[in-house]
Design a protein around this ligand. Structure first.
Ligand code: UTP
Length: 292
């Protein structure tokens, strides 16, 4: 019997330099895909996957995220006065319950591994999830739920993976495979951002993880890796051999919303998927698809 995965970490301490100037005063995680901020998609995915307690690892200039998940008395009152209480009911449906979200500050953006380590006291000694809001996944079963389902069968650590073009291995944590059945891969090594000629495979980790708390023991060392940052991948690599470690080719489509083209593509895909917008957006796209 594995311990239930109840807690999730949302690292939102990054600077989002690829989206400047949009991210000068606004967190990257508040960028909307259609009409919903990236961070809300991640929170909804976590809750739909059975997560009960959420911790956000924030940094300077991230207040908008806290406000987004709080009650807004003036707005709520105005909506009621203007006969738009349906909008208010919609908000109530996704707002986390009081006390369900905790916030901690990373203080310095020293890397993803460091951000995760900042949440160690909150997680304690149980398996936990990590969601990176800039990786948005469109799927029937929430991506995190798919990982938790595997974790409940295999135990140990489980990360979401996908095949990337060989020339992109230097953007991701890459798997060295022990075995692979086409869906689930058993991992014997992990390398952060290897050059294409040094990459052990093209299977890369995207921003969904279920990890054992032992990873905090590795992160305690504060060792710097690729790019001079404290890398989560390096700490995870040290867990291999001590407990099962799997990569799951999840069902669904992932959009890299930390990248401009990926973000625009997500907006198109999510708009096309909407009953109220799909047709109008299809018409617009048809105009742009015409040869110039
Ligand atoms: P990225 O590598 O996308 O970095 O981080 P970034 O700073 O957000 O964006 P760019 O590259 O400058 O445009 C991946 C995830 O890790 C978090 C980010 O918030 C993002 O969710 N992160 C990264 C932290 O929380 N702290 C860090 O020190 C670094």
């Amino acid at each position: 019997m594995t311990q239930r995965v109840r807690k999730a970490i949302f690292p939102v301490g990054g600077l989002g330099t690829r989206f400047l100037p949009a991210t000068r005063a606004m967190p990257k995680e508040m960028l909307p895909v259609v009409d919903k901020p990236l961070i809300q998609y991640a929170v909804e995915e976590a809750r739909a996957s059975g997560i009960e307690e959420l911790v956000f690892v924030t940094g300077r200039g991230k207040h908008a995220i806290e406000d987004h998940f709080d009650i807004s008395y003036e707005l709520d009152q105005t909506l009621v006065e203007r006969g738009k209480s349906a909008l208010l009911d919609e908000t109530k449906a996704w707002l986390p319950t009081p006390g369900q979200i905790a916030y901690t500050r990373q203080m310095q953006p020293l890397g993803l591994g460091h951000a995760v380590w900042c949440a160690r006291e909150f997680v304690g000694n149980e398996p936990f999830a990590i969601l990176l809001a800039d990786d948005l996944v469109m799927s029937k079963t929430p991506c995190l739920r798919q990982l938790i389902d595997v974790h409940e069968k295999t135990g140990g650590n489980v990360v979401a993976v996908m095949d990337v073009p060989k020339e992109h291995t230097n953007r991701y944590g890459i798997l060295d495979l022990e075995s692979d059945d086409g869906r689930l891969a058993s991992i014997k090594g992990l390398v952060e951002k290897p050059a294409p000629e040094k990459a052990p495979s093209t299977l890369s980790i995207i921003g969904r993880y279920v990890l054992l708390p032992e990873v905090f023991g590795q992160l305690d060392r504060q060792e710097k890796g690729a790019g001079g940052e404290i890398q989560l991948t390096d700490a995870m690599a040290k867990l291999i051999g001590k407990a099962p470690f799997h990569g799951l080719r999840f069902e669904g489509r992932r959009f890299d919303c930390g990248d401009k083209v990926g973000f625009l593509e997500a907006n198109i895909a999510f708009a096309l998927d909407r009953d109220d917008l799909g047709e109008a957006v299809r018409d617009v796209l048809a105009q742009y698809a015409r040869p110039r």
